[in-house]
Design a protein around this ligand. Sequence first.
Ligand SMILES: Cc1cc2nc3c(=O)[nH]c(=O)nc-3n(C[C@H](O)[C@H](O)[C@H](O)COP(=O)(O)O)c2cc1C
Length: 337
Amino acid sequence: MSNPNLPPRRLSVAPMLDWTDRHYRYMARQISRHTWLYTEMINAGAVVYGDEARFLLKDECEQPVALQLGGSDPALLAAAAKKAAAYAYDEINLNCGCPSPRVQKGAFGACLMQEADLVADCLNAMQEAAPECAVTVKHRIGVDRQTEYQTVADFVGTLARKTACRTFIVHARNAWLDGLSPKENRDVPPLKYEYVYRLKREFPELEIIINGGITDNEQIAAHLQQVDGVMVGRECYHNPMIMRDWDQRFYGSRLPETTHAELVDRLYRYMAAQIAAGRGTTVRHMARHYLGLMHGLKNARTWRRMLSDAALLKPNRPELILEAWAELAPFVGQAEQ
Ligand SMILES: Cc1cc2nc3c(=O)[nH]c(=O)nc-3n(C[C@H](O)[C@H](O)[C@H](O)COP(=O)(O)O)c2cc1C
């Protein structure tokens, strides 16, 4: 169940495989206090049979944070949800939108949109195993040639009727399972925001979150006129400072925005602590997520070059981030060259 003490899901960072790992999420949390964060999709089997700490470890500061699971076996998803609850995730989200062939073979991801009854069984099993967590779903508006609005309306309607799930995150395009790569599936099928707006009108009691192709605050503000929340993926990765004024602008916070200098200082201390913890985390693991942080600043290219230079990364010194920042700090306030 949703924890009423948490901020609403007005804004969230999308689950992104290889990208929204705990190091990215730590950084994102330093920029926005209230935005919801989603993990990468983790296969339920990996959580249950694999090294659970590797998949579930997170920092306390991440809250509010959701674990996204992939799977279609209610019992396995329930076992994974139970473990996630023990790690204090606030929400467990089921992936019904991923089009990758690997996922299709396991019969989960976007192909689940064609099996609403099975999804209902999965969500119910997860909710029962993790009663303290909100159980939610992320999906598309249809699969392959299902282009009618009714497809997504029936999917949402069935789940609303058969489960306690009240939060639906809708990537506003179809998944084309045949012939498009996962990357193409994020760009080629047309966006139909109107379908998501209509869902909110027809199911006003549900929390409807829109996702797909959203890249600036003006677009976010416009979507929030129509739906409950906006989930942003790629823009939050390539330009994390887009989140800089979200607390003030969309959550009414009065706290000052985090500056680049403060952020670098916190990330330096974080990296030093991670390395000292001796779990094998390297500067390279963490710094790869920081490349977009200086987007728009003069010398941003130098920052990106230094933090991705194999020779500079090799000694595994967290001071590298301070040295890269020193190349930019004198120019802060000037546009990128
Ligand atoms: C590198 C990458 C990995 C992704 N991995 C996942 C994932 O694990 N689970 C998921 O539901 N969606 C995944 N997505 C899709 C995003 O969550 C999001 O729906 C999509 O990128 C559209 O939002 P955007 O236009 O704001 O990026 C991924 C996207 C990218 C770019």
